[in-house]
Design a protein around this ligand. Structure first.
Ligand SMILES: Cc1ncc(COP(=O)(O)O)c(C=O)c1O
Length: 466
């Protein structure tokens, strides 16, 4: 039983053993009543202490995954543990499950997954804040939140936005259940079927699905390493007079690229000239070292709507994001928010407000940035060694957008399979479903030995290792 324990991870070792054993039982289809290897064997085989293994096994007994029999060790329980199935986990981006480091059913590493792997998550501060709120804040445990979200949270978010030179007073800021909710409220409030908007290609696939759901037509503008292709954008604006532009400003998904100050200035000018709404999606903002130029910081005409999230850093389960817009529009968004869902989770808002107020959130993202910076540098080196082409070297965030010199996509995908990787669907990031040979690579996965092997095997000049 190989458990793959990551000693650098913030997830406690015992928890990693619990997760690893559960995966082993589920993925290998271990039948009920099977006796586990002895505690000594498991500990020795994985360089663990026996006491950690015993503690993990006892937790699995209390979860009903194992049973303990005197003198016979630990035995797989009669009914298999209930796990999220692939279809439950599946989210549409990249057309595969994206939340787990390793796809639950295949054991494969999802190279382009959309978030931090579970082993990067840090549970201590978050669980402490949850306990504290539950112990001291009855209203947050039981009541609805206010339409714009808890003032204490909005105040903290406004402070963070100030660091990006974005002026965010309380009446312009509203909490949402993740950035997805913010995008949904914006689309429902501002557009109707048949309206036309500009999106970037490649871009964020669930946005395309959302627009399609509402019958909103998409005009595609190429994403370059410095932002949208500005000449192409201007020509599309002149010709079609679309209602809005959706744009990923920093560490754009999937390319990892950032708007340069010059491109940002031009977009703000164009938004004035063509009376264009701009929806700036900046969910990777906290994974950026330094400030960078935001459209919301340059805009003085209320045309830019800014969207953020805490899914990529703190937890995608808390479901907290936010939207910043002019006060009039924000009122309309808040109305739709209340009509459709009676607000966000006050408990989640209170927990986040506490983590931000104590500085725990700031320290968390500092650690994440440092670790990502180190892994990004190593990943870029590995890609360079394998002669992959990189789309603008990203300086922050989660993603690298790159393609193998080996141009035969069937061979690239075959190599990925052999190395135990799952790649995103070739058409996942294009609104028109166009197929490409670029891959979204999650920096946190690129240092996995399977990914390294894959890069080496797809180097055009070298014979594959298999
Ligand atoms: C560009 C972009 N926007 C929005 C979202 C949605 O984030 P949330 O989990 O906050 O809904 C994501 C998540 O991957 C994203 O990459």
């Amino acid at each position: 039983m190989e458990l793959r324990i990551d000693r650098q991870a913030m997830v406690p070792v015992v928890q990693q053993i619990v997760d690893g054993m559960t995966d082993w039982i589920v993925q290998s289809g271990i039948p009920p009543a099977t006796r586990l290897p002895s505690v000594r064997q498991i500990a020795r085989g994985n360089l663990l202490s026996q006491s950690c293994v015993v503690e993990a096994c006892e937790r699995l007994v209390s979860q009903g995954v194992l049973t303990a029999r005197q003198g016979a060790g630990f035995i797989v329980a009669a009914s298999p543990p209930l796990r999220e199935t692939d279809s439950e986990l599946a989210v549409f981006e990249g057309r595969h499950a994206w939340c787990d480091e390793v796809s639950a059913s295949t054991g494969r590493l999802i190279l382009g997954q959309g978030g931090l792997p579970p082993s990067w998550r840090e549970p201590d501060d978050l669980s402490y804040a949850l306990r504290e709120v539950a112990r001291t804040d009855m209203a947050s445990l039981f009541n609805y939140s206010s339409p714009l979200g808890l003032p204490a949270l909005r105040e903290q978010i406004a402070k963070r936005l100030k660091l990006l030179n974005i002026d965010a007073c309380n009446t312009r800021l509203m909490s949402t259940s993740g950035a997805s909710h913010a995008l949904d409220l914006i689309v429902r409030t501002l557009f109707k079927a048949g309206d036309c908007v500009v999106v970037e290609t490649p871009g964020y696939a669930p946005l395309f699905d959302l627009l399609r759901l509402h019958g909103v037509q998409m005009l595609e503008v190429r994403r370059t390493p410095s932002g949208p292709d500005i000449d192409m954008l201007e020509s599309v604006l002149r010709q079609f007079r679309p209602a809005a532009l959706f744009i990923g400003s920093h560490h754009h998904n999937p390319t990892g690229s950032c708007l340069t100050p010059a491109v940002a200035q031009r977009i703000v000018q164009l938004s004035k000239t063509y009376d264009l709404r701009v929806i700036e999606d900046d969910v990777y903002a906290d994974l950026h070292t330094g400030s960078g130029t935001r459209l919301a910081a340059l805009d003085h005409g209320g045309r830019v709507i800014y969207v953020g999230s805490f899914s990529k850093t703190l937890s995608s389960s808390l479901r907290i994001g936010f939207v910043l817009a002019d006060s009039e529009l924000l009122k309309r968004l808040a109305e739709v928010k209340m009509i459709s869902g009676l607000g966000c989770s006050r408990l989640a808002e209170a927990v986040l407000a506490r983590l931000m107020a104590t500085g725990a959130y700031r320290k968390l993202v500092q650690r994440q940035r440092q670790r990502l910076n180190a892994d990004r540098a190593a990943a870029l080196q590995a890609l360079e060694d394998a002669e992959w082409e990189v789309f603008g070297k990203p300086v922050g965030g989660l993603f690298i957008w790159a393609r193998a010199r080996l141009r035969d996509q069937t061979s690239v995908r075959r190599q990925a399979q052999r190395c135990g990787l799952e790649l995103s669907a070739a058409d996942a990031f294009s609104p028109s479903g166009e197929c490409g040979d670029w891959q979204r690579i999650n920096v946190a996965c690129a240092c996995d030995p399977r990914a390294r092997q894959f890069f080496r095997n797809t180097c055009a000049d070298r014979p594959p290792a298999f």
